[in-house]
Design a protein around this ligand. Structure first.
Ligand code: C2E
Ligand code: MG
Ligand code: MG
Length: 744
């Protein structure tokens, strides 16, 4: 690139456009190099007032090679140099030419050599070697000849300039395409396109977002056509900046709008009036670009724009691929809302600083799904999604996402995301599949100013939601950070429990059950123990609920069953044949459809009979399907296994359950047995339970007997069996053996 070219980067801009408003074009700069002052004056005179390509001529003068060198070394826009061959020396002019081409590497400058004496320079050789436009004796150069020679040289210069700037533009097109490839949204892509078009057409320095446009930048508008949607404006610059985001048809019959519409219709570029580019893609999308360029395009420019447009097409196609992939990753395809990833991203980006996140869980959705069918369940989710979106997302008050099965996230303005507004959304029934109106409610957990990243915010909302669910259907609860600490601790404990279980650090203790009247041992309850340090235990009341919530309980329960059965088998020689090992079975285990078959298989595998086993259930089993429950109990009892109702009296629907379920025994909770401030009242309850059991012909066992007085009282109230520290604490296997040996 020469200095001239550097200075005149965008010569197209200076092309005549015939419009009255256009600024006068710069003159062609001519350098006259001659040691005879007369020649300078004569040249100026000969060319005075003449124009070439609508531009006047301006002269600079040098009288020596050195003077000429100085002028040429500075930044300049000389188009032509008229150089005398013979000056200080016979070949001074030729040396200057060599200097320009070789030293300054200026290949754009056109050179006309003039000489007083022909024969000093070998004409042909010089012209070829140094790219000289003309070589004339001064006498030959009449005014007309001089002008013609100069005009030819200037046109050649202009052409070279065009070619050079064309090269630069090609390079710029490559850069522009790369920049376009970085866009991740349609809007961002269009913004980038504006910047690149500015750079290509007006020589503006591209600014990253296109907001600082140069004063000469031409207005640009870009429209998007998308299958199934109205064409709309993606980006527009002043004076049309208001168009952005609007449907094309809504903008009236303005010139630029018509141009965009026409481009989309014709599906082709057009350069008749400004620049109309059509950017197609294989994805049922297309862009129309309109640049209101106040000058005709040069053919070379047009060619470059076509190249640019086809590169933009490629980048546009890539953007759509990216968007498609993104859509898969960020959109829920069932309901068409943003998904969990998108919600996390919105929260991460703090789209609503000081906002509120609400996590909504549809109440009873599992029933809808199982009682009605899954298709109907899908339709319910879609209907709810639409309502939430209409309520919050359309007005941009919030981002609405489906973050899980029947879980919706609403994250937005604090004023909008309130329990009242959420309740309102569900106040009206939903028309699912245009059928019967369906009443729905949702329980919500809310987080104020979610700050610590999206994942953490959703977790907090989940904690509040869980809490709310325990309260009532349709309740809303704000997250309280102390809850999350507790949740975190529970999570930690659960992880430790998992490790302890897999490393076989859990064990069973056994506590004897005795006949209150005789003291005879009739069985033993096995109780889980988790020892963390010598003498330090984490009580099962703490870790069993965790195991139940996490699903670990199933594996844990099976381990308890097989360990207890093997223990019982090992006792065969020391205890009566009908000594029963009582195994606590949690509701989670019992609810498994194959619980009974597994249990019976385990008994068979170990070689333990039904009369050697008892199962302890709590009242919570009654929450399941009653018919299934009855069938299971019947199967167990048919195998000779006894079923005890544990902790009896602590549940709320004890009596109704007892009437429904066939059990053999009631275990009276120790809270009714042990002494305390209201021991008398408590004992009254124990008394009632005992008479109830007798009435239903059930055996009774009192838990937690610690004193002889308690034993006496229970015995006289009619309770046959007992368990408690009075007889023995729960003991490890070996200690239990030793204890047995001591029994009379
Ligand atoms: P539970 O089945 O009612 O067990 C009786 C609880 O009373 C045991 O507490 C036992 O150590 C305690 N206990 C026994 N005698 C006395 C006494 O005289 N005074 C006092 N104050 N307490 C006495 P533990 O071992 O802490 O177990 C608590 C609960 O954890 C059990 O209540 C049971 O619901 C559950 N659990 C224990 N092991 C298992 C198991 O293997 N599977 C399942 N599903 N639950 C278990
Ligand atoms: Mg028990
Ligand atoms: Mg109990």
């Amino acid at each position: 690139m020469t200095d001239c070219a550097a200075h005149e980067d965008f010569v197209f801009v200076d092309e005549p456009d015939g419009s009255a408003a256009a600024p006068p074009l710069a003159a062609w700069h001519i350098l006259v190099v001659d040691d005879e002052p007369d020649v300078h004056a004569a040249t100026r005179l000969a060319l005075k007032g003449l124009e070439i390509e609508g531009r006047s001529l301006a002269f600079s003068h040098a009288h020596t090679v050195r003077e000429a060198q100085i002028l040429l070394e500075r930044p300049n826009d000389f188009a032509v140099a008229l150089i005398d061959v013979v000056m200080e020396t016979e070949d001074a002019g030729l040396r200057l030419v060599r200097y320009v081409r070789d030293k300054l590497a200026n290949s754009a400058l056109r050179i006309v050599l003039r000489t007083g004496q022909p024969g000093y320079a070998p004409e042909l050789q010089t012209i070829q070697q140094y790219d000289i436009n003309d070589y004339r004796t001064k006498s030959e150069l009449t005014q007309v000849r001089l002008f013609t020679s100069l005009a030819i040289a200037i046109r050649a210069y202009a052409q070279i300039q065009q070619l050079e700037s064309g090269h630069q533009r090609l390079a710029r097109i490559l850069d522009a395409t790369l920049a376009l490839g970085k866009a991740t949204t349609l809007e961002g892509f269009a913004q980038n396109l504006v910047v690149q078009l500015d750079a290509l057409l007006a020589g503006q320095v591209a600014s990253p977002a296109g907001e600082h446009r140069g004063p000469d930048a031409s207005p640009i508008a870009i429209a998007l056509q998308q299958e199934g949607a109205e064409p709309c404006v993606l980006a527009a610059t002043a004076p049309w900046q208001d168009w952005a985001g609007q449907a094309l048809d809504s903008l009236g019959l303005q010139r630029g709008v018509r141009q965009l519409q026409q481009t989309l219709q014709a599906q082709d570029h057009c350069f008749d009036d400004g620049v109309q580019l059509f950017i197609p893609s294989a994805h049922a999308m297309a862009l129309a670009v309109w640049v209101d360029l106040p000058r005709p395009l040069q053919p070379l420019e047009q060619g470059l724009l076509e190249v640019f447009a086809s590169n933009v097409s490629v980048a546009f196609e890539n953007l759509q691929l990216y968007l498609d992939i993104n859509e898969l990753a960020f959109v829920d395809d069932l309901v068409g809302l943003p998904n969990r990833n998108a919600m996390v991203a919105a929260l991460d980006a703090q789209e609503y600083p000081q906002g509120v996140l609400a996590l909504l869980d549809l109440d009873g959705f599992a029933d809808i799904n199982s009682v009605l069918d899954a298709h109907f369940g899908d339709a319910v989710l879609q209907t709810v999604a639409q309502r939430l979106e209409a309520e919050f997302a359309h007005a941009r008050e919030a981002v609405v996402a489906r973050v899980g099965g029947d879980l919706f996230g609403v994250y937005g303005l604090a004023a909008a995301i309130t329990p009242q507004r959420l309740a309102q959304v569900f106040a009206q029934p939903f028309a699912v599949n245009d059928g019967e109106p369906l009443r729905l409610s949702a329980t919500a957990g809310l987080v104020q100013s979610p700050g610590e990243g999206g994942v953490a915010a959703l977790k907090d909302a989940g904690v509040a939601l869980k809490q709310a669910k325990r309260m009532a259907r349709g309740a809303s609860l704000y997250f309280d950070p102390t809850q999350s600490q507790a949740a975190g601790q529970r999570m930690q404990l659960l992880n430790r429990l998992r490790a302890a279980f897999s490393e076989q650090r859990l064990c069973l203790y056994y506590q004897p059950c005795v006949e209150l009247r005789t003291g005879r041992v009739v069985g033993a309850e096995c109780l889980l123990r988790w020892q963390t340090a010598p003498g330090k235990f984490i009580p099962p009341d703490q870790f069993i609920p965790l195991a139940e919530q996490s699903g670990l309980m199933l594996a844990l329960g099976r381990w308890v069953v097989s360990t207890a059965l093997r223990w019982r088998k090992g006792l065969s020689a020391q205890v009566a044949d009908d000594f029963r090992v009582a195994i606590n079975v949690s509701q989670v285990q019992f609810a498994e459809p194959d619980f009974v078959s597994h249990f019976l298989a385990a008994m068979e595998a170990v070689g333990v009979s039904g009369q050697q086993v008892e199962i302890e259930l709590t009242e919570s089993v009654a929450v399941g399907n009653v018919r299934e429950l009855e069938a299971k109990l019947a199967q167990l009892r048919k195998a000779g296994i006894r079923v005890a109702m544990d902790d009896f009296g602590t549940g709320y629907s004890s009596l109704s359950i007892l009437q429904r379920l066939a059990v053999d025994k009631l275990k009276i909770d120790r809270s009714f047995v042990s002494g305390g401030p209201s021991a008398a009242d408590n004992f009254q309850i124990a008394h009632t339970i005992i008479s109830l059991a007798r009435h239903l012909q059930l055996a009774t066992l009192a838990e937690g007997i610690e004193t002889e007085a308690q034993r006496q009282a229970l015995l006289s109230a009619g309770c046959e069996l007992g368990q408690g520290y009075l007889f023995s604490r729960p003991l490890p296997e070996d200690d239990f053996q030793a204890w047995l040996d001591q029994q009379p």
